[in-house]
Design a protein around this ligand. Structure first.
Ligand SMILES: [Zn+2]
Length: 278
């Protein structure tokens, strides 16, 4: 599932191809992904529009069209992704951006069709929609704001970190990596963290996400790929996620794989020596 580093990698990959470029047309192959507009409306707004910029907000890809054409927001959710090269699985193509330059295209594919393509009239409307369902971006949240938000919930720290309304962008992989780096047990009640622990956690979030962005995210199975169809490199050098029984990079003891309350169907990896419940 694309988390913040994967979406940031998508955005950085799309920028050189889309920013400042003019769309000849949008081709919508699956209108069930659309929200806030019909297929016909989106096609009209996209025709001949210049893409003013491509940015990220949490796990959203935000494309601003110049000249009051509005904002297209794509939420890749579970299996969405962009391709600058011919997609490996053409049956999963849901949306095609045809650029002015003949033959130049950007594909949006989504195997399980759980992603969304939304249209907003302007940046303010998109920002308001985001704020209704999300907390601050995980790369931008201030330490004091993180502390304030965690102090309000007695849920386990891991599900709290993954709650997009607390902070936006962190899912299962980066929650495990961040908590290991901060040496905090995933089931610690969020509100029980000391000021020093919140400091460590805040610093770890920034460091883990920065490393993951540098390595172009995490790929496993047939899931996330970069816009060039390549695998991200983070899981080749991470600490705990997917590493059951392998040595902890801090203490060399075995990493445990478990399930914790509040996270149905998703595994949790941690080091029982470095991350003590207390
Ligand atoms: Zn350890």
């Amino acid at each position: 599932m694309p988390e913040l580093p994967e979406v940031e990698t998508m955005v950085r990959g799309l920028q050189p191809t889309l920013s400042g470029r003019t769309l000849r047309r949008l081709e919508i192959l699956d209108s069930t992904l659309l929200q806030g507009c019909t297929s016909g409306q989106l096609v009209r707004r996209g025709r001949g529009a210049t893409v003013a910029g491509v940015t990220r907000r949490g796990k959203w890809v935000v494309m601003e069209l110049a000249g009051d054409r509005g904002i297209i927001v794509i939420q890749p959710r579970m299996t969405g992704g962009f391709w600058l090269v011919e997609p490996a699985r053409p049956e999963h193509i849901r949306l095609v951006f045809h650029l002015e330059n003949p033959g130049a295209r950007v594909w949006y594919c989504d195997a399980r069709r759980l992603g969304k393509v939304c249209w907003f009239a302007n940046g303010l409307a998109a920002a308001e929609a985001f704020a209704r369902s999300h907390g601050p971006d995980a790369l931008e949240i201030a330490r004091t704001e993180l502390a304030r938000r965690l102090s309000r919930t007695s849920r386990g720290i891991k599900p709290a970190l993954m709650d997009q309304k607390v902070l936006a962008g962190i899912g299962n992989i980066y929650a495990d990596e961040t908590l290991h780096r901060a040496q905090i047990h995933p089931e610690r009640p969020a509100s029980s963290l000391t000021a020093e622990e919140v400091d460590r956690l805040h610093r770890s979030i920034g460091e883990v996400l920065a490393t993951a962005i540098e390595l172009e995210g995490s790929s496993f199975d047939a899931g996330y790929r970069t816009v060039l169809g390549l695998e991200g490199g983070f899981l080749a050098q991470n600490s705990v996620y997917g590493r059951k029984d392998q040595p902890c990079p801090i203490c060399e003891g075995p990493i445990l794989k478990t399930r914790i309350a509040g996270l149905v169907g998703r595994p949790t990896y941690y080091c029982p020596v470095c991350q003590v419940l207390g």
